[in-house]
Design a protein around this ligand. Structure first.
Ligand code: HEM
Length: 183
């Protein structure tokens, strides 16, 4: 796999994604804006309403069987038909970060079936996970999803299933930002 890339999501008046809704799921929301720009290895920040950064990284929890299954099934970003997207920044509670790696894996997968549930929605939903915690950002993760308009209802159903898991009892802030591609 490739090395990590830093990605900046900038809400303002520019970018190829039109922001359709910004909704708090848990905790404080983010301000509304017209457009979202997604930049890899960005230069200096430009004027904006808000800006969030994260880096792609190595996997923490997925085991060999899961990685093999994911790679066989997942679609890449930027498919022509994937004209809808969701940016969902997530912050987890201190209690999560105080756990050991094996305890977090146990909650995420053995108890919550995060990957197993997510696999049901591949390849229609393409995803990329960005880590923000070590950058001193307001969220720990910036999760990004791309899909065709006809798969948005399935994406909503996926969120309902994940929100009902033990893993989500550790989520203390989550904002759901929906987007439509304009360019
Ligand atoms: C589309 C289907 C999905 C699949 C296949 C999937 C799969 C995964 C996998 C394998 C990981 C672990 C990565 C690692 O080992 O480090 C992960 C992490 C994560 N996913 Fe998903 N996921 C999906 C959807 C979602 C959705 C809809 C959300 C909603 C917000 C989400 C939020 C997260 C977060 C926050 C993490 C980081 C968890 C942590 O490190 O504590 N995922 N996902």
């Amino acid at each position: 796999m490739s090395s990590s890339v830093t990605v900046r999501f900038t809400a303002g008046n520019e970018g190829r994604w039109r922001i359709t809704t910004v909704q708090s799921v848990i905790g404080d929301t983010l301000a509304p804006a017209a457009r979202l720009a997604v930049a890899e290895e960005p230069e200096a920040a430009t004027a904006c309403v808000w800006s969030l950064s994260g880096t792609t990284s190595n996997v923490r929890y997925a085991n060999r069987a899961e990685l093999t299954a994911l790679r066989a099934r997942q679609a890449g970003l930027d498919r022509p038909e994937a004209t809808r997207a969701a940016l969902i920044p997530v912050r987890k509670a201190d209690a999560w970060w105080a756990l050991a790696q094996d305890e977090r894996r146990d909650i995420l997968e053995e108890q919550s079936r995060h990957t197993a549930i997510g696999m049901d929605y591949l390849p229609q939903i393409a995803r990329r996970l960005h880590h923000s915690r070590d950058l001193g950002e307001p969220f720990d993760f910036l999760t990004w999803f791309e899909f065709a308009p006809e798969h948005e209802a399935a994406f909503d159903a996926l969120l309902v299933r994940l929100h009902a898991t033990p893993e989500w009892t550790y989520v203390e802030r989550e904002v759901d930002i929906r987007l439509t591609r304009v360019a």
